[in-house]
Design a protein around this ligand. Structure first.
Ligand SMILES: [Zn+2]
Length: 637
């Protein structure tokens, strides 16, 4: 333990008088030494009188759009030892290994190392660090450090990302916005005796670290967690390989949710389930798989959801009109190949263009693409940006894999019309559909909304994107896609009172014929002025694999829950009136007879519990919904 020497007391006196001058002197000395003028001998002597350590700044939080903390920072400590000052090597190693739950031999090795400073453990929580501090061990240093915490563990894991030991972002937003979040390191200079022991009680020179900015994201924790719950259930029930849900504002590209399943725990990002027996190569492969974000890292053949793009291009160029008629014939002959409709050997027969979209009839889209011609069709793929990144603010975004324009044959054009023979990312697909239904303008999907530094908030600015199709074409497309959900292949997503538009897809995975599929559904609502667009994607479902049947009900649950949460009230048309839930009135205090009469007027049945004459309680309560076919229970006194 250090005692203050006479020399030390004199120093205190000196420091109390002119601390500021001392700092200047010290900094000057540092500069002088660093310039090399000091020479090794002087440097060592200096090192023995002062110690300069870096202090970690507080890394900025990451919050959702409502200020909920998704990623936080806790104060922690870094424990190190200085060999020269240790008086009891074994004792110190014993205490440190016990408290820090480390292997004794390894700690002892570090304690015995004849170097200036050895780090024993970092990111030690404050409570544990305090235990060590209280022992006041010679040669044991406790420095300020920070520890990243992820309160929701696996929520939005692939999006948020995590940091490495040095607190630098490794993947996700932690990596993308590292420069904003990290802040600037501070320094701590202390005085030491000739033997290197810190002189306690002496004023220190402390340059405070600059805290990092807080990143406010577009994510909505409630929507994100609901989407995660849904996709986890679906993947489990369908014994699928993985699943993805994206929810976005189609008007401005703000992403409300991006839910991948399986996910991983951000508080233990290197823990692999069943990874005990893996070699290092297998481990790194498994980690990369686990950290992958299907939405942006992987490409797939979009299949029929891409018919949205084919339709928009055809309408925009005037080669097709909603009332044009087509003949399915179960397929088309293109360049001496027979390309079947998905319904073959059956046919959709005679149908209008709108019915063709509702039926997702392949020959209709082959015809539209043929009318456009390969070159013009391809130009729309470029206009929609499938050859470029969407610009989402996450590292590692993949781009679409397209053929060269010059190489496109009529056969290619035919299969491209229904989303085959090229690959794009799920985020490219949803962004293209968003542009189709938002009035026709490209959006940049993104997560960063604002940065907060203390009281100052700076918003991120995203420029209005290029126009891809006219407003008229966009209006027409919304109407057609709404009919797909009302009466077409998307009817499993229909919700009475909600105007939903969308398109299903059942994509074959490559190599074709492998029997592996991706079932998907892209939908938006309300159809007349979309506030949300969502993509549900289920990778390799077992059993039934059709997009409408597998992803449709998931989309129905998703939109059925998030639209009311977003303040979109249902509006029932004439046909839906009887399906609309009815609000229960107050029946408490009425006689049973009066209550039954009141319920009868609303066409609601009553169930009476108890033998009394008057209603003492009711379920559902006043103002709550009574769904069609259910009843109100009246409890009598
Ligand atoms: Zn057909």
């Amino acid at each position: 333990m250090s005692r203050l020497t006479t020399n030390g007391r004199r120093r205190i006196f000196f420091m109390d008088i002119c601390f500021g001058m001392a700092i200047l002197f010290l900094l000057g000395r540092v500069a002088w030494l660093m310039s090399g003028a000091g020479g090794e001998l002087v440097k060592r002597a200096y090192d023995n009188q002062t110690r300069d350590r870096l202090i970690s700044p507080r890394r900025g939080n990451i919050t959702d759009r409502n200020g909920e903390i998704l990623v936080g920072t806790q104060t922690a400590a870094a424990i190190s030892v200085i060999h020269a000052q240790i008086t009891d090597e074994e004792g110190t190693a014993r205490v440190l290994s016990d408290i820090l739950e480390l292997d004794f031999d390894e700690v002892l090795k570090k304690v015995q190392k004849r170097v200036a400073l050895v780090r024993i453990k970092d990111k030690v929580d404050a409570e544990t660090a305090e235990k060590i501090r209280a022992l006041d061990l010679d040669g044991v240093m406790i420095d300020e450090d920070i520890k990243r915490v992820y309160p929701y563990n696996d929520t939005a894991a692939q999006v948020l990302g995590f940091v490495g030991r040095d607190n630098q972002g490794v993947i996700g937003l932690e990596a993308k916005y590292d420069s904003i979040l990290k802040g600037e390191k501070g320094r701590l200079m202390t005085y030491t005796k000739a033997n290197g022991t810190e002189i306690k009680g002496l004023p220190q020179y402390r340059q405070a670290p600059v805290d990092g900015g807080e990143l406010v994201t577009t994510l909505d924790l409630n929507i994100q967690r609901y989407a995660e719950q849904l996709i986890e259930n679906t993947v489990t029930i369908k014994q699928a390989k993985s699943g993805l849900i994206i929810v976005m504002d189609p008007q401005n590209g703000e992403i409300y949710a991006m839910a991948n399943y399986p996910s991983f725990d951000l508080n233990a990002p290197y823990t692999i389930e069943g990874g005990e027996n893996m070699n290092s190569r297998e481990k790194s492969d498994a980690l990369n798989r686990m950290w992958r974000n299907f939405a942006i890292n992987d490409t797939y053949e979009p299949g029929s959801t891409f018919k949205v793009v084919t339709s928009a291009a055809g309408l925009e160029e005037g080669v097709v009109h909603p009332d044009d008629t087509f003949e399915c014939n179960a397929g088309r002959n293109v360049a001496d190949r027979r390309i079947k409709c998905w319904r073959a050997p059956r046919s959709h027969g005679h149908e209008t263009f709108v019915q063709g979209v509702q039926n997702s009839c392949n020959p209709v889209f082959m015809d539209v693409a043929a009318r456009l011609g390969g070159a013009r069709f391809y130009d729309y793929m470029i206009k929609y940006g499938f050859d470029k990144k969407t610009g989402v603010d996450l590292p590692g975004e993949a781009v679409g894999i397209l053929r060269k324009k010059a190489d496109i044959t009529p056969l290619d054009t035919a299969v491209m019309s229904f989303g085959q023979s090229f690959q794009i990312t799920p985020l490219q697909l949803i962004s293209a559909v968003a542009a189709t239904v938002n009035g026709g303008v490209r959006i940049t999907p993104h997560f960063a909304k604002a940065v907060k530094n203390g009281d100052k908030t700076t918003d991120f600015v995203y420029n209005e994107g290029d126009r891809i199709i006219s407003k008229e074409t966009s209006d027409t497309m919304r109407g057609i896609l709404e009919s797909v959900v009302a009466v077409g292949t998307g009817n499993k997503t229909y919700i009475p009172g909600m105007r939903i538009g969308g398109k299903t897809a059942t994509s074959q995975k490559l190599p074709r014929g492998s029997g592996k599929y991706i079932a998907s559904f892209c939908a938006f609502a309300p159809a007349e002025d979309p506030k949300a667009i969502a993509l549900v994607l289920i990778n390799e479902p077992q059993g039934v694999y059709y997009g409408g049947q597998v992803a449709g009900p998931v989309m129905q649950q998703l939109l059925g829950n998030i639209l009311p949460y977003m303040g979109v009230e249902p509006e029932f048309n004439e046909n839906e009136k009887e399906l609309a839930p009815i609000k229960a009135e107050n029946y408490v205090g009425m006689s049973v007879k009066e209550a039954k009469t009141a319920l009868g007027k609303l066409n609601i049945d009553a169930e009476v519990v108890g033998g009394g004459e008057n209603v003492a309680a009711q379920l559902p309560n006043e103002g709550d919904n009574v769904n069609a076919g259910s009843k109100v229970i009246l409890y009598t006194d």
